[in-house]
Design a protein around this ligand. Structure first.
Ligand code: ARG
Length: 460
């Protein structure tokens, strides 16, 4: 059985069930790089402050390098009895360099160590989500650029509403993922704060220099309150909220892909490499990637709620409950990274079927608003114009045709304000082209969105 660092006051070893129940090394070993980086920085700071000699710090850092090499090589013996990644690494360090290894923990507690490791991990994770988000926006912008002239029914309530360009539709998602990028970048600022030097909870009697340690791990600043430093996990909750929004946005897009792949829509052709078949129905080509992503969204929300719930009743400062913070975060991290990557790859090659989208425009009276606007422009109060257009819809519907297929005489019977110009106005292309005000689906505002996003993508 492993010797515990707290052995001094204990007369009995840990019960095997307790050991299995309390250990975290089975998953927090994922933090080994961060743990070693934090220890290196701490050792250097101790030497700078005269708490260790330069030679002692060199030996400790050399020992940490040796431990890192063993972990990297897969020869490191992880021990559940040593509970977590921190004690496993420290124990091995002491085996390698002798009692000097024990000096590393001067002015430090696992409470600040775990907070630092988790922050370093989250910083990297959020950085990667940001890169993935940019990659996805880039693909959306590219595909939107190919489809500025492709029109499809824009929906509200999932019912045909007004024609829009496919570019406009795709750029809506680009706008969401750009905001996600900005949200993640902002959250990252609050992650990049070093808790090292808080010691267990009350600060330390050693003359530590937390700002130096912070800089040594690559963070801009250090904690301002020792109790907050060891008990704050809002950085992780905020990260998980960002992850949840990313997944929510992905999930909405997935829902559309699933629908669009149905032959009733037929708006997309799934590439074989991004679809799966059925073991019984030979004709099937299923959008499993989009479905699974939609499904995994629930799992990421679960991680957010899990962490928030873990934290909600905790008195200050560190509580062991907080060990439950890491697994949900790791799981959400894996899910978000993989989902963003695969969505970008899938969108690169997905086939948009412009002819099917075009055909779909003829169902659902997508140009009824144009008729109402046409009459309103000729002086009819909009409410009345809306009513007249409604009657045109009813008439066309009873004959199984579109409004544009009604004759001029029929339309004039509904309102004498109608003239031959109406047919140009009712054309779907006209409806789209006329929406030229900021943010609309017309070619000018779509070009402006494309230009703005392309410019944003070039920013570092
Ligand atoms: N494994 C612990 C965690 O993940 C590390 C900190 C433990 N500190 C303590 N005093 N038990 O939170």
């Amino acid at each position: 059985m492993a010797v515990k660092p707290w052995g001094g006051r204990f007369g009995q070893g840990t019960d095997a069930l307790v050991e299995a129940y309390t250990e975290s090394v089975s998953y927090d070993r994922r933090l080994w790089r961060q743990d070693i980086a934090g220890s290196r920085a701490h050792a250097r700071m101790l030497a700078k402050q005269g708490i260790l000699t330069g030679e002692e710090a060199d030996t400790i850092v050399g020992g940490l390098d040796a431990v890192a090499a063993e972990i990297e090589a897969g020869t490191f013996m992880w021990q559940v009895g040593l509970e977590d990644v921190h004690m496993n690494i420290e124990a091995r360090l002491t085996e390698l360099i002798g009692p000097l290894g024990g000096k590393l923990h001067t002015g430090r507690s696992r409470n600040d160590q775990v907070a630092l490791d988790f922050r370093l991990y989250a910083d990297e994770a959020l950085g990667d989500w940001g890169d993935c988000l940019k990659g996805l926006v880039e693909v959306l912008v590219d595909r939107a650029g190919e489809h500025t002239e492709t029109l499809l029914p824009g929906c509200t309530h999932l019912q045909p509403a007004q024609p829009v360009s496919l570019a406009q539709h795709l750029l809506a998602y680009a706008a969401m993922f750009k905001r996600d990028f900005e949200r993640v970048a902002d959250a990252r600022k609050r992650v990049r704060v070093s808790p090292l030097g808080a010691a267990a909870l009350a600060g330390t009697t050693y003359p530590l220099d937390p700002l130096y340690t912070a800089e040594a791990v690559g963070f801009e600043t250090a904690f301002t309150n020792s109790m907050d430093a060891v008990s704050d996990r809002d950085f992780a909750a905020e990260g998980l909220f960002c992850a949840s929004l990313i997944m929510m946005h992905l999930s909405r897009l997935c829902e559309e892909i699933v629908m669009w792949a149905n032959p009733r829509f037929g708006f997309v052709a799934l590439p074989d490499a991004f679809a799966t078949g059925s073991s019984i129905m030979p004709q099937k080509k299923n959008p499993d990637v989009a479905e699974l992503m939609r499904g995994k969204t629930g799992r990421v929300y679960g991680s957010l709620v899990s962490l928030l719930t873990t934290l909600k009743g905790l008195p200050l400062a560190y509580n062991r409950d907080m060990q439950e913070d890491k697994e949900p975060f790791f799981d959400a991290d894996d899910t978000v990274r993989a989902s963003l990557r695969i969505m970008a790859e899938m969108l690169k090659v997905i086939g948009f079927r412009a002819e099917r989208m075009r055909e779909a425009l003829s169902a659902g009276f997508l140009n009824a608003t144009e008729l109402a606007d046409f009459l309103a422009a000729r002086g009819l109060p909009f409410r009345e114009a809306h009513h007249v257009a409604g009657r045109a819809v009813a008439l066309a519907e009873s004959r199984g045709i579109g409004i544009e297929a009604l004759s001029l005489a029929e339309l004039q019977e509904l309102s004498p304000l109608v003239d031959a110009d109406i047919f140009h106005t009712l054309a779907y292309e006209t409806a789209v082209a006329r929406r030229s005000a900021r943010g609309g689906t017309g070619p000018t505002p779509v070009a402006a969105q494309l230009a703005e996003l392309r410019q944003w993508l070039t920013l570092p």
